[in-house]
Design a protein around this ligand. Structure first.
Ligand code: ATP
Length: 588
């Protein structure tokens, strides 16, 4: 079929904002295209492959302008000027071609498959000379284009299709084209376990909706992630769950769906992009610790300080998107731990339709935990107070909350669904610590890994003006240079005690105690409720105190301050109340 026909359909879609109209236009066209169905569906989405394959056309706007200039004889500067006015190079190209006399000498008919093949060829070009070859292909395409075809060719190569067709619109169109409207759920089910709409359309085209029923989960092809609903209180959560459910730590990092298929390991993000190359260390862990022939696991990768055992703010992970050759070094500098919380597939067995308890058991019985590959924390609870305690423990550990999970027989893994089988409960707002605080060293923990032999983290305290006690507020292990770390034992030796100083009020038992003496400047992300620290204990909440989340040494020793001049407990209380409350955006 001529690409021109597809371009006309794309234009019709662009003219409407009504979803049902789009569904009609697309389904009607899908019935007509015959064996070019795969190519058609990809092009409708402005792609040449599903997102998870990570294939991009990689043409910069500058290059497309250059090509347009070559074939129309209009200067690049003028085209850039038009682009500024119109804001869409596709439209600009279309207008330019309208005014150009076609040189029929080179005219070659453009079918959907021919255009698609040209795009694929462009995507496959890499290395030296690849830009020149891409330019040649684009030039050839545009030389043979009708103006309206040029509009879409340009947009597709730039990755800016923007005709507003959502995946679910295509799902519905496939149902109507090859079955009935009522088959939408079946098409969606197939899409959830195999999110490649071109493949889905092709399967339905060949074997009807029946053929979609036999589509199976396959290691290497991502499954759409199951998502969580939200409720405002633990009471409501427990009620909704029928009185009892599993509560899990809600780790704050990057969702990772890990696929093992023989020796091959592929990692997908929440948006199902292939992120394998960002995590060479996780790939190694999975290869070493998962013995099954194949498996699909769901989890969260969290940046972690392996020496102190602390979780770090998740933004640290984005620093991994560095240059490729540098990744192993970065992985070493910013280690991540993958916390697994679900298992979808194991040794050729699809686990998605099994209830929660069975999947959890499978995870526990078959995954060998290591330093960087762990199983997420989970507890079955039915009491609101216990759930509240679990929640504060999760925050204290550096998590952003908890996820409640249904444990009834119907608690399957619902790919792509945001339903009440999972309910998240987070701090409802994020608070920001505006200022630094000056804290007193009262204890230390022996280090591990690179820090073994020295201190891994320090136990820090504030001073209570009211009763003259030093109350703990955080464990501090971040922000030190290697030199500072090496120097810590020497520096703190004069303060070392055999047992706890009487002025120190602590529930935590460190490996070493110090007389309150040294003061350090610390910056944290926020002040949060804590079950283990004694600062402001029982004041804001019975059985809990306050802690600093993600504390970091600023590098400044407050030699000018004696411990009684450190930040006071009273100041922390004020800071807690005046923290800037930033309402977190609600997720769709
Ligand atoms: P959020 O911004 O709250 O993470 P989201 O839209 O990305 O929202 P939701 O499904 O609403 O995702 O919330 C659950 C998210 O929490 C998961 O996507 C996952 O990344 C993360 N998570 C961390 N720990 C768990 C866990 N134990 N079980 C399920 N999800 C978890």
């Amino acid at each position: 079929m001529k690409f021109l026909e597809l371009a006309i359909v794309l234009d019709r879609i662009e003219q409407t904002t009504k979803r049902l109209e789009m569904v009609d236009i697309i389904s009607e066209f899908l019935r007509k295209v015959d064996d070019e169905i795969r190519e058609t569906v990809y092009l409708l989405q402005g792609k040449v492959a599903p997102d998870y394959e990570g294939i991009e056309l990689g043409v910069a706007e500058k290059i497309a302008i250059k090509v347009l200039s070559t074939i129309t004889g209009i200067s690049e500067g003028k085209i850039e000027g038009e682009l500024l006015k119109v804001g869409d190079l596709g439209k600009v190209g279309e207008e330019l071609l309208k005014n150009k006399k076609q040189s029929s000498l080179f005219y070659e008919e453009m079918t959907i498959s021919k255009v698609f093949r040209s795009f694929l060829k462009m995507a496959g070009e890499s290395g030296s000379g690849s830009q020149t070859r891409k330019i040649q292909i684009l030039q050839e395409l545009l030389q043979n284009s009708e103006p309206i075809e040029a509009r879409y060719i340009i947009r597709i190569v730039l990755g800016k299709m923007r005709i507003g067709v959502a995946d679910m619109t295509i799902v519905d169109a496939i149902a109507i084209a090859f079955g009935r409207k009522e088959d939408e759920d079946e098409v969606e089910r197939a899409y959830n376990i195999h999110p490649d709409l071109a493949e889905i359309a092709f399967t339905a085209y060949n074997g009807g909706i029946e053929a979609l029923k036999s589509m199976k989960v396959k290691p290497g092809v991502p499954v759409r992630s199951m998502l969580a609903e939200r409720l405002p209180s633990l009471k409501e959560i427990l009620e909704k769950m029928g009185g009892s459910c599993a509560f899990e730590y809600k780790y704050d990092g990057l969702r990772i769906q890990a696929h093992k298929d023989g020796e091959k390991v592929i990692l997908f993000s929440r948006r199902l992009e292939n992120v394998t190359s960002q995590f060479p260390d996780i790939v190694r862990e999975i290869r070493q610790n998962i013995t099954a022939e194949n498996a699909i696991l769901d989890g969260e990768a969290v940046p972690f300080n392996l020496d102190t055992g602390e979780m770090l703010p998740f933004q640290e992970i984005s620093r991994r998107r560095g240059r490729k050759f540098d990744l192993d070094a970065t992985a070493e500098r910013i280690p991540v731990v993958l916390f697994l919380f679900d298992i979808l597939y194991y040794n050729n067995e699809n686990m998605m339709n099994r209830p929660y308890a069975e999947r959890r058991l499978k995870l526990l019985n078959n995954i060998r935990e290591s330093m960087k590959l762990r199983i997420g924390k989970s507890k079955i609870l039915s009491d609101e107070n216990d759930a509240e305690k679990f929640f504060t423990e999760a925050l204290e550990a550096g998590c952003e909350g908890i996820v409640a999970k249904n444990i009834s027989e119907k608690s399957i893994y619902r790919a792509g669904a945001r339903e009440f089988l999972w309910i998240k409960y987070k701090r409802d707002y994020q608070m920001e610590m505006e200022d630094t605080v000056d804290l007193v060293v009262v204890g230390a923990f022996g280090g591990q890994g690179r820090r073994s032999g020295g201190y891994g983290a320090l136990l820090m305290a504030v001073y209570s003006k009211e009763d003259g006690l030093f109350r703990t507020i955080c464990k501090l292990g971040s922000g030190f240079t290697d030199d500072q770390l090496n120097n810590l034992p020497r520096m703190l030796r004069p303060y070392l005690l055999k047992e706890k100083d009487r002025r120190v009020d602590s529930i935590i038992q460190p490996d070493y105690w110090f007389e309150p003496g040294k003061v350090l400047e610390v910056k944290g992300a926020e002040i949060t409720i804590s079950p283990t620290h004694t600062c402001c204990r029982n004041i804001i909440k019975e059985g809990a105190g306050l802690a600093i989340r993600f504390p970091r040494f600023t590098g400044r020793w407050r030699e000018d301050k004696n411990p009684e001049e450190a930040t006071s407990e009273e100041e922390i209380m004020e800071m807690y109340h005046s923290q800037k409350k930033k309402v977190l955006p609600d997720n769709p």
